[in-house]
Design a protein around this ligand. Structure first.
Ligand code: CDP
Ligand code: ZN
Length: 168
């Protein structure tokens, strides 16, 4: 019950956002998929910008913190850690407080490479990690129109919204 003595809604929306710098040397790892490219993302874990945004979206929707709280970047255990494993653990935390995923919608902000050929593969992989179906996962891509840190290929970013529903 909240202040108005109304039941808490059984649907919860969450948002996730992430940024990683690009460094020389491929392959690029986005959404748990290796994409041929001569640059990759830099970070403490495997730097999968999209899986990090998805992780924060589901944690946020359940109001149980964020990826940095669950997996601190000063913990050696998390060095080069597989983001798919972190996402699955986050899903289990979400389930532990009574929620399942209704759907996700994601955007990857990358000037290059062209992600269109990989969007379906990425959605399939995210669904596989989360044990949901690909129809529950939207994946979109945007360039930075050649301007700013995304447009100059200094960084990639990702955003995700997640809708959770109470497990009956
Ligand atoms: O056309 P608009 O300015 O809205 O978007 P854009 O950033 O120029 O991207 C156009 C289309 O390219 C997107 O809708 C994506 O389908 C695709 N795209 C892609 O495949 N890979 C990227 N890294 C960025 C965009
Ligand atoms: Zn990240």
């Amino acid at each position: 019950m909240n202040d108005d003595s109304l039941p808490i809604p059984s649907l919860r929306v969450g948002i996730g956002h992430d940024t990683h710098r690009l460094k020389p040397g491929g392959p690029l790892r986005i959404g748990g998929v290796e994409i041929p490219y001569d640059r990759s993302l830099d970070g403490h874990s495997d730097a999968d910008v999209l899986l990090h945004a998805v992780t924060d979206a589901i944690l946020g929707a359940a109001a149980i913190g964020d990826i940095g709280e669950l997996f601190p970047d000063n913990d050696p255990k998390n060095k080069n850690r597989d983001s798919a494993e972190m996402l699955l653990l986050a899903k289990q935390e979400v389930a532990a407080v009574g929620f399942q995923i209704a759907n996700l919608d994601c955007i990857v902000f990358a000037q290059a490479p062209k992600l269109s050929p990989f969007k379906r593969i990425i959605a399939d992989r995210i669904a596989e990690i989360l044990k949901i179906v690909p129809e529950q996962v939207g994946v979109k891509a945007k360039t930075g129109e050649g301007v700013g840190a995304v447009g100059k290929s200094e960084i990639m970013q990702a955003q995700c919204v997640a809708l959770l529903m109470q497990i009956p």
